[in-house]
Design a protein around this ligand. Structure first.
Ligand SMILES: O=C(O)c1cc(=O)[nH]c(=O)n1[C@@H]1O[C@H](COP(=O)(O)O)[C@@H](O)[C@H]1O
Length: 239
């Protein structure tokens, strides 16, 4: 068992996308050490809020609070400050919020007491989007270039890493170095249902390319036996 702030060598963070703290805590116990951490996102936080977060935090696992903050710098900084008492291991903002916003988020996170500062991560291009979606937005750039530009800004703003798809790992790792965290959703074991994701890869492929954290939700949580599904992924990764 890892403690609540240490990211273990198991790179899998299980996305507990449910509105129910009891269900999330139960799922956390079911998957146990077959995952390295847990992610709570918008569905959870909108319904259960800080109190729900504290319920899951009692499980003692590293928690990624995925709220994808996206607003003007002052508002995002305030939101980060409001979240610090929860002591999440990881927090995220949208890189599309711009450099000043990311810097404000970083500065707010730096106000955390010693040892409680969350990793500050920028979401680049959602894994549910592809080239056609960018074009529809009037954005005539390839996803790889778009993600690279956003990640460069995140690094320049002093954030700790980005959320990207597995398809961008190699380029970002080469360009931004070994310490820049690459958090990768859109992970699907071979043959699994892709659902609404578009830029996907298998857990082992993404890990081998250099992902630090693999965010995996439905392939575990929607499985008939979530514990077995998480264990199969961990075994595949040699964890
Ligand atoms: O920031 C995220 O975690 C995130 C970014 C992104 O680009 N794509 C993405 O899927 N996510 C989250 O990762 C999880 C993926 O869940 P599954 O598609 O069920 O594995 C969800 O909770 C998403 O909110």
């Amino acid at each position: 068992m890892t403690d609540a702030r240490t990211i273990s060598r198991n790179p899998v963070f299980c996305a507990l996308d449910t509105p129910s703290p009891d269900k999330a805590a139960r799922m956390a116990r079911q998957v146990g050490d077959a995952v390295g951490g847990l992610k709570l996102g918008l569905e959870f936080f909108m319904a259960a809020g800080p109190e729900g977060f504290r319920t899951v935090a009692k499980e003692g696992r590293p928690l990624f609070l995925d709220l994808k903050l996206h607003d003007i710098p002052n508002t995002v900084a305030g939101a980060v400050r409001s979240l610090l008492p929860l002591k999440p291991a990881i927090l995220n903002v949208h890189a599309q919020g711009g450099m000043a916003m990311m810097q404000a988020a970083r500065d707010a996170a730096n106000e955390a007491p010693e040892g409680e500062r969350p990793l500050m991560i920028a979401v680049t291009m959602l894994t549910s989007l592809d080239q056609a979606d960018l074009e529809r937005q009037g954005n005539r750039v390839a996803p790889a270039d778009y993600v690279r530009r956003l990640a460069e800004q995140a690094a320049e703003a002093g954030l700790d890493g980005v959320v990207c798809s597995a398809h961008e790992i190699e380029t970002l790792r080469m360009e931004l170095g070994p310490d820049f965290k690459l958090i990768v959703p859109g992970i699907r074991p071979a043959g699994a249902d892709i659902g609404d994701q578009k830029r996907v890869m298998t857990p082992a492929e993404a890990r081998d390319l250099g992902a630090d954290i693999l965010v995996i939700g439905r392939p575990i949580t929607a499985a008939d036996d979530p514990a077995a599904a998480a264990r199969a992924i961990a075994d595949d990764l040699g964890c």
